[in-house]
Design a protein around this ligand. Structure first.
Ligand SMILES: [Zn+2]
Length: 296
């Protein structure tokens, strides 16, 4: 079942993709021109089976993965809205309530989480697609080899937040959405990091958490086990990380990518303590589909 009203509302962001690319915090020569057809559909997942039902339920996906096709035709995005909503209620909310500063828990927002998922997917369509290796034009994915996935997922997360902040400045969202987005984005990283170091999403989330802590975007109080966000510094840290990741991809610099992963993609002490306090929260939800005759 698709939701045409929601899809129409979201389609406007597709038209803004070239504007978002222009707004990236990198030199113009680094910015990429891509295809314009990039339809977004919001669907409620009614039933899935086989591949679609695996241990980590996919909440959004971006096809195709081949950069040549993406450059010519753009990418198609499907967001599974009812799963995103359930994940916010059952996972992100209890995590946020436990690990975010008591005065900032009020900013946890379902809209913040939904839009971060949406703009994560959109951001896979932004940034460098190709680089050069030994004088040949190759996909960034090929140049970065086994470091590509973690770096690309990290990029999509942080660039997603960067683009929503840009949309707030453009008036597409109210100014009051800024704190909601920043808190929901930061808390959301602790949802993803629980997928573990074997997952590109997990490693990408760890890079962001440790980067933001180093830059003062958030600080950890060991006594309460809570993170307090410094909104201005987190915004600056987001911009700096987008720039760093885009430049590594632009240069196809595998060594720089590996250095970043080794330095930031680790289980730091604040992360370990925070994660230990939310072990009772499920890592993921397994959907049951009553419409298809399944029982709870
Ligand atoms: Zn992704």
């Amino acid at each position: 079942m698709s939701d045409p009203v929601a899809s129409r509302n979201l389609a406007k962001y597709k038209d803004l993709l070239p504007t978002m690319e222009k707004n990236l915090p990198v030199p113009d020569a680094v910015k990429t021109v891509r295809g314009k057809e990039s339809p977004i559909r919001v669907v409620d997942l009614v039933f899935s089976s086989g591949d679609a039902r695996k241990s980590v339920q996919t909440i959004a996906f971006n096809l195709p993965n081949d950069e040549r096709v993406r450059k010519e035709k753009g990418a198609k995005k499907v967001l599974l809205r009812n799963i995103i909503k359930k994940k916010f209620e059952l996972i992100l909310t209890p995590i946020g309530k436990r690990i975010i500063d008591k005065g900032q828990v009020q900013y946890l927002s379902a809209d913040g989480f939904f839009n971060e998922v949406l703009f994560h997917e959109l951001s896979h369509s932004l940034g460098p697609a190709f680089t050069s290796k030994n004088g040949n034009k190759v996909e960034v994915r090929v140049a970065l080899e086994n470091t590509y996935s973690a770096l690309e997922e990290c990029k999509a997360d942080v660039m997603g937040a960067y683009n929503i902040l840009f949309m707030i400045k453009r008036g597409e969202f109210p100014k009051t959405f800024r704190k909601k987005l920043l808190v929901s984005y930061f808390a959301g990283l602790f949802r993803s990091v629980r997928f573990g170091a074997v997952s590109a999403h997990g490693k990408g989330a760890a890079i962001q958490i440790n980067w933001h802590l180093e830059k003062g975007g958030a600080s950890f109080d060991a006594a309460s086990g809570r993170f307090k966000i410094d909104f201005a510094k987190l915004e600056a840290a987001i911009t700096a990380l987008v720039k760093e990741l885009v430049m590594v991809q632009h240069h196809g610099d595998k060594l720089a990518a590996q250095t970043m992963i080794n330095k930031y993609g680790v289980m730091s002490a604040p992360m370990r303590q925070a994660l230990a306090s939310v072990t009772s929260v499920p890592v993921d939800v397994r959907p049951i589909y009553p419409v298809a005759g399944e029982k709870q």
